[in-house]
Write a protein that binds this ligand. Sequence first.
Ligand SMILES: CNc1ncnc2c1ncn2[C@@H]1O[C@H](COP(=O)(O)O)[C@@H](O)[C@H]1O
Length: 339
Amino acid sequence: MDYVSLPKIELHAHLTGSVSRHTLHEIWKKKKASGQTDLDDPLVVMPEGKHDYNLQTFFPLFSSYIYNLITDEESIRYAVNSVLQGFLDDGIVYLELRTTPRSTTNMSAETYITILLNAIEEFEKSHPQMHTRLILSIDRRHSVETAESILELATRLQNSTRGVVGIDLCGDPTARPGGDVSIFTPVFEQASRAGLGITVHFAEAEASGSYEELRTLLSWNPDRLGHVIWEDEAAKKEIAKRELCLELCLSCNVQAEMIHGGFEAHHFKHWKDVKGPKISLGTDDVGVFGSPLSNEYRLVAKHFHLDRSQICALARQGIEGIFGGDQEKERLRQVMWKE
Ligand SMILES: CNc1ncnc2c1ncn2[C@@H]1O[C@H](COP(=O)(O)O)[C@@H](O)[C@H]1O
């Protein structure tokens, strides 16, 4: 089966983690030549072919390196264009890209998001076969004030056909353990009232899989859950009852050793047979973990023995989980392969 040509939906992709090393290298080269950076070459810091980042080595990559490279309009535009081109080339027909609004010495968080929205709009004009929407991420390490400002930005830029469609909770799962993410409850409740789609990183690690945390996250009535690895039986039942959409990222989970036993042991195996929930495969951070979505489909076909019609049916499960509105769902029902 041609997994690249298979029309696919990507619902779990972090923008900065999706930037390829080659693109980072190009940005670095330009900045280095004009004396704008003292950072080491990305191809040295993150050599091509190195994908075995674990949760300890993964998060500092952003805060102490990549964020210091992608700092201004030119580098942001270059990075997002190359990310969009990568997804398009891989056969993505609908993309929800998520990113954490951040300010740099050169710009405000709002300017950062505006640059992204403009770049996405321009890209879509010349490549109308892929529609892209934006989700704004709140990082677990954020203060309530920062989370509130992200929500304010999301509601102001909310637009199902062009703009922000949802809000996410991401970041290092060891931050705010034991239910302390409840400080964000009013923010997510307000997001829900505003009609934003809600997705959260759910039980991604043992530290973020406590009973208290999972009850808190479920009380926000999320539409989708990312990763779902360490949840208890009662949470599993609740997920099935609510028929939630699950964003499963196999290569990320295996490479980062978030699960043990390799692909065959991935919880995709469990959820694929549970009635109710929809599964949407995601890349998470293709720039870091190196597996494009076409490869994720190839991997599940191989390890879980899915035939062509099962793969097409799996790819279509994501349609109901998108935040991009009914018209977009209808377009996807037309363009995605039935068999
Ligand atoms: C292992 N899976 C993951 N779990 C949790 N958070 C993740 C993540 N992968 C990425 N991020 C979050 O996304 C940010 C980078 O992209 P943006 O600057 O937002 O575009 C990271 O700083 C992290 O907070």
